[in-house]
Ligand binder design. Structure first.
Ligand SMILES: NC(=O)c1ccc[n+]([C@@H]2O[C@H](COP(=O)([O-])OP(=O)(O)OC[C@H]3O[C@@H](n4cnc5c(N)ncnc54)[C@H](OP(=O)(O)O)[C@@H]3O)[C@@H](O)[C@H]2O)c1
Length: 182
């Protein structure tokens, strides 16, 4: 598969390494953006609050199969959208999924050490299933679908819970405004 990762940092770069090892051809874009028109699948792994800015510097996105891996931590989705993933879909009008956001990039290199293959959540369009489940498996995960793209806001909200547990701070510090309050 030809994959373009938009955001080549901890998560995008880590997944790119795994996918290259699995035989895929990966192009890595940073904040300067670029052309994604020749990609079979595009991963979005930029800071959650920078998603609109990132799309201003991408071209060739129309109809593309997109996987949005961003998280929203103390930021909200672009105005009028319940989730970053639904914003992505509005820009591309193609098959869209949310995946790879509920995990730690620092563990990507150790997936093979797990005694059982870890599950990884995704939600999104049926048309994106084949690609997102294949790329989950090729990274070392078992894909677990939690619902349609409308579930993306809930999936994006999970990061606050995970951070809360990881930091032992008790109440979740994640802030999310319902779409009708944006
Ligand atoms: N790290 C994790 O464990 C983890 C796990 C799950 C989900 N996520 C999510 O994945 C996303 C990326 O996290 P990360 O840890 O990989 O971040 P990171 O290492 O800081 O990498 C960020 C990437 O986004 C690009 N970028 C930064 N600002 C941008 C902008 N204004 N417009 C377009 N691109 C921009 C950077 O470009 P340059 O290369 O040009 O600097 C870089 O390639 C975040 O939404 C994060 O919440 C992270």
């Amino acid at each position: 598969m030809r994959i373009t990762v938009v955001g080549r940092g901890n998560l995008g770069g880590g997944l790119a390494d795994l996918w290259e090892r699995a035989g895929h051809q990966v192009t890595r874009l940073g904040r300067d953006g670029g052309d994604v028109s020749d990609a079979d699948a595009v991963l979005v792994a930029v800071p959650g609050g920078a998603i609109a800015e990132a799309f201003q510097r991408l071209w060739g996105v129309e109809g593309k199969t997109m996987i949005d891996a961003t998280n929203l931590y103390n930021v909200t989705p672009p105005r009028g959208f319940a989730s970053n993933a639904e914003f992505v879909k509005s820009k591309t009008k193609g098959p869209t999924a949310k995946s790879f956001n509920v995990n730690f990039a620092s563990l990507l290199g150790r997936l093979g050490e797990a005694s059982a293959r870890p599950g990884n959540l995704w939600c999104g369009d049926d048309e994106a299933r084949e690609v997102v489940e294949q790329l989950n498996r090729d990274a070392g995960y078992d894909p677990v679908r939690i619902g349609p793209l409308e579930s993306a806001a809930a999936q994006e909200g999970l990061i606050g819970v995970i951070f809360g547990i990881a930091e032992g701070i008790g109440p979740c510090v994640y802030r999310f405004a319902p779409v009708d309050q944006l």
